[in-house]
Design a protein around this ligand. Structure first.
Ligand SMILES: Nc1nc2c(ncn2[C@@H]2O[C@H](COP(=O)(O)OP(=O)(O)OP(=O)(O)O)[C@@H](O)[C@H]2O)c(=O)[nH]1
Ligand SMILES: [Mg+2]
Length: 499
């Protein structure tokens, strides 16, 4: 910056005046301090001590205030952890009630608890057949419960819903066998459905048809991490000879050891559900016909493994199942909360954007600074932070808005151009006045500001001013392009509605 001579002289004079005033003030303060000191010393000692104590009190108070205001970071009081921790029934119920009161749709989470309650009441043990498509889960159920009407098909994905079949083991224990869709099929939605059902059951019968694939190994690891009691069932053993079977079983045990699961040797079994087999028959005239026959099942070892498992403490199975269901409930609640936050944050951003547009339309020569750093920006930031459980200091909010403001300058020409273009999409508007384009541009900037803030809050759970402002700068052109039609329509509504 180039200053001319007159301004330099004025500055020099101002500095001179400042030095004189500062010197005078220093002398005055020193003199009065010494004066007070002399008088205090001359007076009673108690007065001196009282005076010093008050002085200390004032200094300590000031230090405390500065510390609170500038240095201390507010802890993330209500920020949610990334993965929900295992909860007790009481904790999960309290969280559900609070979320329900806040307006979150807790129906899916509540349904889990209701289902758990009805299973507890019935006291029936649920065994869930789980595994990749076409490994023979439905065939195994058919082998155990011959009257079960299950769909068995050579083409994977034949089971497309969750079904339960009644079965009684040798000890007369009533059991529900659950058939679920196979995982790893073309529709990934079935994987989640199957895994949820596995989590609701007391025992998982994990069905494979040979050595484990990578996906199978990670599914087993996931279930074991949930402390799910498990039997590993290698089906279709009829396809292997005795030695091959023995080698495969050894291999499966090794894999389980690698995964780190607590699955004992007697819980790894090789069976043959039978399944259907095509048989070509030739009659006396030499005519060939293809018929389907049931291959003989060999599932004795599986029944033994199940019996042994259920001979042990079934109450412990219930405790583990309950824990798994509480965690599933917590996850569903977390999903519902995330959906609620997304929807509420949209509302908050829309309201703030509308206010910014109205503000810009009303002002004769509006500036982004008044909008962003002013009331609307502060209110939006505070509301969004509260929604995401962040409790930022006022200074952080101010810093975020200041940093964002300083980045707007570069983005404004682009935003104005996009706003002008966007308005062309509305026929019959004619030439729009510059002020109106500005209003749309400011609305776009606000919308982008809110969205970047939400992205940072979702990621970190707290307001990090520099990161949020950087996000704003980097994402502004993308947000502006995406929002132009919406905001232009909003501005038009305001303009026509107001005129
Ligand atoms: N060789 C042989 N084939 C079997 C055996 N068990 C089942 N199969 C065949 O494997 C195919 C798939 O059987 P399903 O019972 O439908 O398998 P699933 O795991 O329920 O399949 P999805 O429901 O699609 O996941 C069918 O063609 C069965 O006949 C077995 O023990 N040995
Ligand atoms: Mg099936």
């Amino acid at each position: 910056m180039k200053l001319d001579r007159a301004i330099r002289i004025v500055f020099a004079l101002l500095i001179l005046v400042a030095v004189i005033v500062a010197t005078g003030a220093l002398l005055f303060v020193t003199e009065s301090a010494l004066n007070v000191w002399d008088r205090l010393r001359a007076g009673p000692a108690v007065l001196l001590y009282l005076y010093v104590a008050i002085l200390f009190g004032i200094v300590a108070g000031a230090v405390f205030l500065i510390w609170r205001l500038v240095i201390r970071r507010t802890p993330r009081s209500s920020a949610k952890p990334e993965t929900p921790q295992p909860l007790s029934r009481q904790e999960i119920e309290t969280r559900l009630r609070e979320a329900d009161e806040a307006g979150v749709d807790v129906s899916a989470a509540q349904a889990e608890l209701r289902e758990l309650a009805s299973r507890r009441e019935s006291g029936v043990i649920h065994l869930c057949f789980f595994g990749n498509i076409s490994t023979g889960k439905s065939s195994l159920i058919k082998a155990l419960v011959p009257e079960a009407e299950v769909r068995i098909d050579i083409v994977g994905g034949s089971t497309d819903d969750v079904r339960h079949f009644r079965w009684r083991n040798d000890a007369g224990v009533e059991i529900l066998l659950t058939d679920v869709p196979g995982t790893g099929g073309p529709d990934s939605g079935y994987d989640a459905l199957a895994l949820e059902e596995a989590r609701r059951s007391q025992v998982v019968l994990f069905v494979c048809e040979g050595d484990l694939t990578r996906a199978e190994a990670s599914a087993i690891a996931e279930l074991l991490a949930l402390e799910k009691p498990m039997v590993l069932v290698m089906n279709k053993a009829d396809r292997f000879n005795h030695d091959e079977q023995a080698r495969l079983m050894q291999r499966l045990l090794e894999r389980l050891e690698q995964i780190g699961g607590d699955v004992s040797r007697d819980r790894v079994v090789a069976v043959s559900a039978g399944g259907e087999v095509d048989v070509l028959t030739r009659d006396a005239e030499g005519r060939e016909t293809l018929t389907q026959r049931q291959r003989e099942a060999d599932i004795g070892v599986l029944v033994v493994a199940i019996n042994r498992l259920l001979e042990a403490d079934t109450a412990a199975l219930d405790v583990r199942r309950d824990r798994a269901v509480f965690q599933l409930t917590a996850e569903k609640l977390a999903q519902a909360e995330a959906a609620y936050r997304t929807q509420r944050s949209e509302q908050i951003i829309r309201n703030a954007t509308r206010k910014a547009v109205i503000g810009a339309l009303a002002a004769i020569s509006p500036g982004t600074d008044i909008l962003i750093q002013g009331y609307i920006g502060t209110a939006m930031t505070r509301e969004l932070c509260k929604l995401y459980g962040a409790a930022p200091r006022d200074l952080d909010i101010e810093e975020f808005l200041n940093l964002s403001q300083s980045r707007v300058g570069r983005a404004l020409p682009l935003t104005l151009a996009v706003a002008g273009n966007g308005l062309k999409a509305f026929p019959g508007l004619g030439t729009v006045a510059g002020g109106f384009v500005h209003a749309v541009a400011y609305g776009l900037i606000f919308d982008a500001l809110g969205r970047s803030l939400v992205m940072t809050l979702t990621k970190y759970g707290e307001l990090k001013p520099d990161i949020a402002a950087k996000e704003f700068e980097e994402g502004i052109s993308e947000h502006v392009e995406a929002g132009v039609k919406r905001i232009a329509r909003m501005a038009l509504e305001e303009k026509t509605g107001g005129s």
